[in-house]
Design a protein around this ligand. Structure first.
Ligand code: ATP
Length: 402
């Protein structure tokens, strides 16, 4: 897939109607936005389009209304907050059909530099099926389409792919450009040594990521719950640790693949264990650390041990590019967060380009206070994983090439 996409810097939008797909999928509680990071992150592209004199029509999905208008999932509160953040009115085009008579009239009345927000695109049943009718309606509203929603880039929906294919000009916004620059190029053209770190719960969730990264990286580090299937494949006792017995052969294949390709595959040498998984997850709990050769059969491994943490931190020190997806242990519990903290700290201290693939790893890094030390924290969990799998992202592919 070409990653050399036209961006908002390559086009002129003066006097044109610009439909900008944003990711305004923010958490709401009783109509109030509880985390506005996604709104703040969208501002640079919106400001650029305003400054260039475009008629800026914003759209996004919010939650899962499953194809029908649900008042509690209306984007109205987003329009109100965006008005404050931009210091200029963002008119809300309330319309149960999203592109119905109200929205069309609102667009018709727009002057250059004005901004409106359409209703939740998932009020329309066609949206998630990339249906032609809704894609055409969206395309009829605009002269130029800008996609700045990385979180949905791995899905082909009307508001990111269907409309892009119909619009005369389709480009990416600044947020999307940053994701392509960091995640896409880190994997396709990394500055070496390139160290990839994978953790999280299950091997099965990341089969393609493990295989693809082994080909692209110099060192692959495995931690978290997924490490135990690898340890079992190596013949170790893993007690009651998380395991996927159907993937043991796969892990053996990956170990052989690393050897064949001459890549380093680092696996834990010690584990922090518990007698039973904490319930609730952050409950006070006793832990014991064992080398992987001596793990008792009645224990459960819930974090990498201190020797492993040191080995992983050392591997990060010599890297020039590091990509990390998935925590090293049950980081939600303070006594089982040490491995994840050690890796986060190693990333924070290196001069290498450090990239965090969204989801839980992004939450862990931010929660532990290392967020501002990373080169890039992806805004899309699923989309960032598909980049790491080497897959083509429909939302990226649909934008015009340079
Ligand atoms: P996302 O897929 O959203 O990007 P992620 O890839 O960062 O998230 P997941 O695969 O969802 O991570 O796994 C994260 C979960 O794995 C955490 O809730 C953590 O508690 C759990 N986890 C990590 N290590 C272990 C372990 N040894 N045993 C059981 N659970 C674990």
């Amino acid at each position: 897939m070409s990653l050399n996409k036209k961006s908002v810097d390559d086009i002129s939008v003066a006097g044109k109607r610009v439909l900008c797909r944003c990711d305004f999928n923010v958490p709401l509680k009783e109509g109030k936005i509880t985390d506005e990071n996604r709104l703040v992150a969208a501002l640079p592209t919106i400001k650029k389009l305003i400054a260039d004199g475009g008629k800026v029509i914003l759209c996004s999905h919010l939650g899962k209304p499953k194809g029908e208008p649900k008042p509690e999932l209306s984007l109205a509160p987003v329009a109100a907050r965006l008005t404050e953040l931009l210091g200029q009115e963002v008119k809300f085009a309330a319309d149960p059909e999203v592109v119905g008579p109200n929205a069309k009239a609102a667009v018709e009345a727009m002057k250059d530099g004005e901004v409106i927000l359409l209703e939740n695109t998932r009020y329309r049943i066609e949206e998630t099926k990339n249906g032609e009718a809704f894609s055409k309606e969206l395309a009829s509203l605009c002269d130029v389409f800008v996609n700045d929603a990385f979180g949905t880039a791995h899905r082909a929906h009307c508001s990111n792919v269907g409309v892009a294919e119909l619009a005369e000009t389709a480009v990416v916004g600044y947020l999307m450009q940053k994701e392509i620059d960091f995640l896409g190029n880190a994997v396709e053209n990394p500055v070496r040594p390139f160290v990839a770190i994978l953790g999280g719960a299950k091997v099965a969730d990341k089969l393609n990521v493990i295989s693809n990264l082994l080909e692209k990286c110099d060192t692959l580090i495995i931690g978290g719950g997924m490490a135990y299937t690898f340890l079992k494949a190596q013949g170790y006792e893993i007690g009651n640790s998380l395991v996927d017995d159907s993937k043991i052969d796969y892990c053996k294949e990956m170990i052989a693949k690393a050897e064949k390709l001459g890549k380093k595959l680092l696996l834990p040498v010690d584990s922090v264990t518990v007698a039973a998984f904490p319930n609730p997850i952050d409950a006070e709990i006793e832990v014991e650390t064992y080398p992987v050769e001596n793990m008792p059969a009645d224990k459960e491994g819930c974090d990498i041990g201190p020797k492993t943490a040191e080995m992983y931190a050392d591997a990060v020190k010599s890297a020039k590019t590091v990509v990390w997806n998935g925590p090293m242990g049950v980081f939600e519990n303070p006594v089982l967060a040490k491995g994840t903290i050690a890796v986060a700290k190693a990333l924070a201290e290196t001069d290498a380009t450090t990239i965090i693939g969204g989801g839980d790893s992004a939450a862990a890094v931010n929660q532990l206070g290392f967020g501002d030390k990373m080169s890039h924290i992806s805004t899309g969990g699923g989309a960032s994983l598909e980049f790491l799998e080497g897959k083509e992202l429909p939302g990226v592919a649909a934008a015009n090439d340079r």
